[in-house]
Design a protein around this ligand. Structure first.
Ligand SMILES: NC(=O)c1ccc[n+]([C@@H]2O[C@H](COP(=O)([O-])OP(=O)(O)OC[C@H]3O[C@@H](n4cnc5c(N)ncnc54)[C@H](OP(=O)(O)O)[C@@H]3O)[C@@H](O)[C@H]2O)c1
Length: 218
């Protein structure tokens, strides 16, 4: 694995938290995390992301979960990817020092309902948030902020990402480009109304042709 930006260095998985500035306290900060193929698809042939991600993306996915106070996710993704309560990966446990063992999870839903069959493991920090209406995503994320969740990891999907970006709610996009092309007409990372935003590359790591990028949209 090698870091290309902001400086050039060979790195190991243990260096990833520094590369993603996981220890920096920025107050309220919203990260959007996605994996996409070289041709821009966020799903493979099975309509899920599991067929386009890989080990190094999984490392970052779990590290960002450990970084987060709360994982926010659209109901569509929670259903498609069969989400359950998040459990912190052993490797990244130290990132949670001084905080609960696992991040909370908020499912953004127009019905304020968790997907049928979702296992909350009896945890009351796994909940649905009403995000219906034109300002629904903004209201839902601000509700999380009022509950004291400052580090927000938004795991999409494309509908919620489009609404959040359109409402200027995202600070940083963590985007893995997986070295695959899948064609077809699958989802891109963002659906919905046109946007007019610029992103600035703040970090880039390469590992076996997978690119791990951090894009600031502030
Ligand atoms: N590659 C990746 O990193 C990645 C990441 C995430 C998702 N995905 C893929 O993306 C696909 C899902 O995409 P998606 O766009 O359907 O998922 P989504 O953005 O997670 O969820 C969309 C759903 O959110 C709910 N919702 C809540 N508030 C809303 C509002 N204000 N306006 C509209 N809808 C609102 C609606 O469901 P209700 O009507 O039930 O409330 C809507 O159907 C899946 O195939 C998943 O695998 C890929």
């Amino acid at each position: 694995m090698r870091k290309l930006l902001p400086d050039h260095a060979a790195i190991t998985p243990g260096d990833l938290p520094d590369a993603y500035e996981c220890g920096v306290d920025r107050g309220w900060f919203v990260r959007l995390n996605f994996v996409a193929t070289v041709d821009g698809s966020v799903v493979g042939g099975d309509h899920r992301s599991g067929s386009i991600n890989n080990d190094v993306d999984g490392l970052v996915f779990h590290m960002l979960r450990a970084w987060a106070d709360v994982i926010a996710v659209g109901a569509g993704t929670a259903r498609a990817e069969q989400y359950d309560a998040p459990i912190t990966d052993e490797r990244w446990r130290s990132l949670r020092a001084g905080r609960p063992e696992h991040p909370a999870m908020a499912v953004l839903s127009t019905e304020a309902e968790l997907p049928p069959g979702m296992d909350t493991m009896g945890r009351d920090d796994v909940f649905a948030v009403d995000s219906s209406g034109p300002d629904g995503v903004r209201t839902a994320l601000h509700r999380l902020r009022r509950r004291g969740y400052n580090r927000v990891l938004l795991e999409g999907g494309p509908t919620i990402a489009g609404l959040a970006l359109g409402d200027d709610l995202i600070d940083e996009i963590c985007l893995t480009t997986s070295p695959l092309l899948v064609g077809g007409s699958a989802h891109r990372m963002v659906d919905g109304a046109p946007l007019d935003l610029r992103a600035r590359l703040v970090g880039l790591i390469e590992s076996e042709s997978t690119l791990l990028a951090r894009w600031s949209v502030r």
